[in-house]
Design a protein around this ligand. Sequence first.
Ligand code: MN
Length: 364
Amino acid sequence: MLIYFLNIAMDRLDKIKRSFDEIGIDSFLIKKLPNIRYISGFSGSAASILLTKEKNYFITDFRYKTQSKSEVKGDFEIIIFAQNSLNFIKDLKIKENFKKTGFESNFLTYSEAEILKKDFPDVKFIPVDSLIENIVSVKNENEIELTKKAVEITDKTFLELLKIIKPGMTEREVSAEISYHHKKFGADGDSFDCIVAAGEHSAFPHARPTDRKIGNNELLKLDFGCTVQGMKSDLTRTIALGKVSDECKKIYEIVKEAQKKALDIIKAGMSTKQIDSVARNYIREKGYGDNFGHGLGHGLGYDIHEKPFLNERADYILEEGNLITVEPGIYIEGVGGVRIEDDVLVKKDGIEILNKAPKDFIEL
Ligand SMILES: [Mn+2]
């Protein structure tokens, strides 16, 4: 198992370094934690990685001294700094003499970039967009297994919720049950702050749980997921408590059919834009085009939203081993909203739908 991860780590470092010349850099500074986990295996909350042509430095502080020794795999020199990681990098600069350092342009803040420029006046910092993000979108066997485990836990949690949820409970109480069951069933925690949205709240695509009581005869949208060793699940189901209006039932069936139409065509080689349009056109034909204002889905990995994205502008061609979500929705202000989301593994000739949570309209 350890050797297996070591090989993966080296392969990933190789892939990153092979693009140095093409981008025009001699070193790469990595600060984004999901990227750090992806290439080193480190799961802590503070670290930097500096890759130079010759060497790989993993830099963290005292709190992660022991953890980094056991977690960091691959050909890294582990550096524990006492105060400021930049001081260490300055020393390193003298030794290694790097001159053109790439940084994660979609992650580093403007002020962090300014500090780097000020502290290293003779280094040219070059914005690099999505170098690692483009590699992470194809998953290995281990990552797929961990995702399947996360999905299984989330599905199981959904089935528990169906037993627990009653009119009169607040959205917040339901969100607590989600977190509790995720951990109880073996997850490391939630993969994001879950969405529990009742009645008119369900029309907010990204509603936060409030103290609103869940009433009878209304929709309840649940969007939640968990993390297992860094890999994530992301599930949305919309259910009804009691009897809801015919319009709510109607939009539920449209969303379900839109998702099915997308799932039916997904396979390696297809463009994500094309898949998005199949679901979107169907919803449009049914008269709800203006009520579906977000993308159809996203990649799922060490980051909860990562490449490939499925939307009207994305031009990614799916590959075997992509893990993606498929999640159309219809939201009607003042009435309610429906979204149905599954996690899907892309294969050569089709897909494997990882979720088993029921999708037929449920009235509790
Ligand atoms: Mn999602």
